[in-house]
Design a protein around this ligand. Structure first.
Ligand code: GDP
Ligand code: IMO
Ligand code: MG
Length: 422
């Protein structure tokens, strides 16, 4: 497995961090290619819990790690996580941060919050970390990049240009306090010393690793259905989590990617607003939320819960060119006597489809067509091999694999690193 993309196959929080941490043991380098501290990746190792937002999950095992140009970086979160590494005995010099990644500036966070407030009932339910406004400024070419902090003069000029526009917006449109140039400049020039040792040429580092035949992991944050171009727009994030985003976000060619491992829960969760056809109606939603501990890592928000949606998952197989799947949190389903699985959508015109609707109105009004599989109603705590799974649990996994025509390579049966069946 020289180079593998790990990608969220649903709406995020599938357990990507845990799978990346596991595979990082056999990898030489782990690369985050998009997103920022909107991610929350929980990894449990030897009873110790890591909650990472900005760093690639490879840092937990001390594996060399890269944050690519496609990422957006909150300097304070980055520095805090560098400190966390040091505290936990990991050498922070394993991290290379691309100088081309964009910085989330204080006004991005303010605008994210203010614009959600203004949208009212139409809000997206963002993580309010400034992600959308930072990517918007990148596209508008008034963003501030990581490398800008290295030159105080350039940094000052860029902040001045940005603030000339942002402060007008903040005061006149959002009716909040403007930012002071001197204050922001001093604060960000101050980050230079902390960021400088990490800043490097991410594309070159990864290219060299690939040339040397090393095992490279590309870690997607967020997920397929939150992809800006291919997700459930506008209820999406502002980057491209899908597998091809790895090539753009790091700066390598698409020919360098060998495998794409999708990560899906054995059910579905979604944080934030937007359509969700297989969302559970009734008390089983809260039951599943409690059993799975489905509360956001970053925001603490309740995650909406649904039964597995094979239509959305089939779409994720397609747009990612997925070569295999990791099915996580199978253990969470252990209490249920029956497990509905959404196998098709019924569209407003009465037809049924296995394929994800291309038109938003069809998707917004799609109703799930269920097939109900038997539950196993026993704990998976003692299970340490696929063959030891209770019959109905194995059948559940095989049903998913058959339906998607895709091998399931890993099955998650607990939060700890070793609770994965291969
Ligand atoms: P990510 O954003 O995709 O990395 O996922 P999160 O870390 O936000 O959410 C996944 C949660 O499920 C975390 O709390 C993990 O510790 C936990 N988890 C991961 N895999 C499993 C599993 O197979 N079983 C159980 N019970 N928990 C898991
Ligand atoms: P990980 O990497 C789940 C969701 C937000 C919101 C939408 C846009 O932990 O899987 P943003 O702040 O990105 O502009 O919010 O995307 N979202 C996530 N949902 N897991 C995530 O990351 C997410 N990152 C963003 O809830 O609906
Ligand atoms: Mg998460």
């Amino acid at each position: 497995m020289p180079s593998t993309v790990i990608v969220g196959a649903q709406w995020g929080d599938e357990g990507k961090g845990k799978i990346v941490d596991l595979l990082a043991q056999q990898s030489d380098i782990v690369c985050r290619y998009q997103g920022g501290p909107n991610a929350g990746h929980t990894i449990v190792v030897d009873g110790e819990t890591w909650k990472l937002r900005q760093m690639p999950s490879g840092v937990v095992s001390g594996t060399q790690s890269v944050i690519g140009a496609g990422c957006v970086v909150d300097a304070q979160v980055f520095v805090d996580e560098l400190d966390l590494l040091r505290e936990r005995g990991v050498d922070p010099s394993i991290v290379t941060l691309s100088g081309n990644a964009h910085l989330i500036m204080p006004w991005h966070v303010t605008i994210d919050q203010a614009s959600e407030r203004r949208l009212g009932s139409l809000q997206i339910g963002t993580t309010r970390r400034g992600i959308g406004p930072t990517y918007a400024d990148k596209a508008s070419r008034i963003g501030i990049r990581v490398q800008d902090v290295l030159d105080p003069k350039i940094l000052r000029q860029k902040i001045e240009v940005a603030l000339a526009e942002k402060n007008l917006w903040l005061e006149r449109i959002y009716e909040v306090e403007p930012f002071d140039l001197e204050e922001v400049w001093t604060q960000y020039a101050g980050f230079a010393e902390r960021l400088a040792p990490s800043i490097g040429d991410a594309s070159l580092v990864v290219d060299q690793s690939l040339r040397d035949g090393k095992n490279v992991l590309f870690e997607g944050a967020q997920a397929t259905m939150l992809d800006l171009d291919h997700g459930t727009y506008p209820f999406v994030t502002s980057s491209n989590p899908i597998a091809s985003g790895a090539a753009t976000g790091i700066g390598i060619g698409p020919t360098r990617i060998d495998r794409v491992l999708g990560v899906s829960k054995a059910y579905v969760t979604r944080v934030g607003e937007g359509p969700f056809p297989s969302e559970i109606e009734g008390p089983q939603q809260a039951q599943l939320r409690e059993l799975g501990g489905e509360f956001g890592t970053v925001t603490g928000r309740e995650r909406r819960c649904g039964w597995l949606d094979l239509v959305a998952l089939r779409y994720a197989v397609r747009v990612n060119g997925m070569t295999s799947l990791a099915l996580t949190k199978l253990d969470v389903l252990s209490d249920f006597a029956e497990l509905p699985v959404c196998v098709r959508y019924r569209l407003p015109d009465g037809t049924e489809t296995e394929h994800f609707p291309a038109h938003q109105s069809d998707f917004h009004h799609a109703r799930p067509v269920w097939e109900t599989l038997p539950g196993w109603q026993q704990t998976l705590d003692g299970v340490s091999a696929l063959d030891d799974l209770p019959g109905p649990a194995r059948e559940y996994v095989e049903f998913v694999s058959r339906s998607l025509e895709l091998p399931i390579e890993l099955v998650g049966v607990g939060a700890a690193r070793e609770r994965v069946l291969a």
